[in-house]
Write a protein that binds this ligand. Structure first.
Ligand code: SF4
Length: 253
């Protein structure tokens, strides 16, 4: 797919951008006021406070490639072992082998326990750097840690640091593809860069958009059988338009 800044058929780029922005604003207005913190465990930790930033990063690692429920079980077990605050010094007192056993319910415990150990090592001398370091430099630093990918780094930067970035998960990638913004298989950084060109660089807006699109992907724009007919943004969705055209062509044959 071409970059959003190049011509795409007869469609005007400005019109496409405005349509996408309008769709995202609509999703925010529908979902964001009713967001349940229980649906976003890492965000809930940030909102509720009482946990060290390293602990929040650990919770984001636990949430990789698993359900919220399993990540929450693993996090509860870890808190039972080291305390609610997830103090980095106490976390360092747990061996990688024991950590692996504690976080087993979240799956991929081997990789995750090593990623957590790597984080603890990286910030050993200055754990508060997570809150102090220049966000772009911190992003680079996080991406240099084994087991930390761009999504984990961006979730931390957006949720905790209020930095205007856009973490993308499977729901968001699927939504972007259906909205004609990019292919879901595109490299993370390219797709992220394109979204950041299209949406306001306002951390509150990007946070609301991130949470709202995920809710939409879970409830309506599902992987299988998306509920396009009852979707509140179907008039702005190229995927829906193309499906309608296919249907009307089929009917006129
Ligand atoms: S119309 Fe269908 S494909 Fe488009 S956003 Fe809504 S549910 Fe997703």
């Amino acid at each position: 797919m071409n970059d959003i800044t190049s011509k795409k058929g007869n469609e005007s780029i400005t019109a496409r951008r405005e349509e996408f922005l309008k769709a995202v604003r609509t999703l925010i207005s529908v979902y964001y006021p009713n967001i349940r913190l229980d649906d976003f465990p890492s965000y809930k930790l940030v909102r509720n406070g009482g946990i060290h930033p390293i602990g929040i990063l650990v919770s984001i690692i636990l949430s990789q490639n698993t359900s919220d429920r399993n990540a929450s079980i693993a996090l509860r077990r870890l808190k039972e072992r080291v305390g609610e605050f997830l103090d980095p010094a106490k976390l360092r007192g747990v061996s990688v082998e024991e950590l692996e056993e504690i976080i087993r319910p979240s799956g991929m415990q081997r990789q995750k326990s090593r990623a957590i150990a790597n984080v603890l090592k990286e910030f050993r001398s200055d754990p508060d750097a997570l809150m102090r370091e220049d966000p772009e430099r911190l992003r680079e630093r996080l991406l240099g840690i084994g087991g930390i990918g761009p999504k984990t780094a961006d979730v931390f930067l957006l949720f905790v640091r209020g930095y205007p970035t856009f973490p993308m998960d499977t729901h968001i990638r699927r939504f972007l593809e259906r909205m004609g913004i990019g292919r879901r298989s595109e490299p993370y950084e390219r797709l992220r860069g394109r979204v950041l060109q299209l949406l306001p660089r306002d951390p509150e807006f990007l946070l609301a958009a991130h949470l709202a699109i995920i809710m939409h992907g879970r409830k309506v724009c599902r992987a299988r059988n998306p509920l396009c007919h009852e979707c509140m943004i179907n008039s702005m969705c190229p995927y829906h338009r193309s499906k309608l055209q296919e249907t009307s062509k089929g009917e006129t044959k």
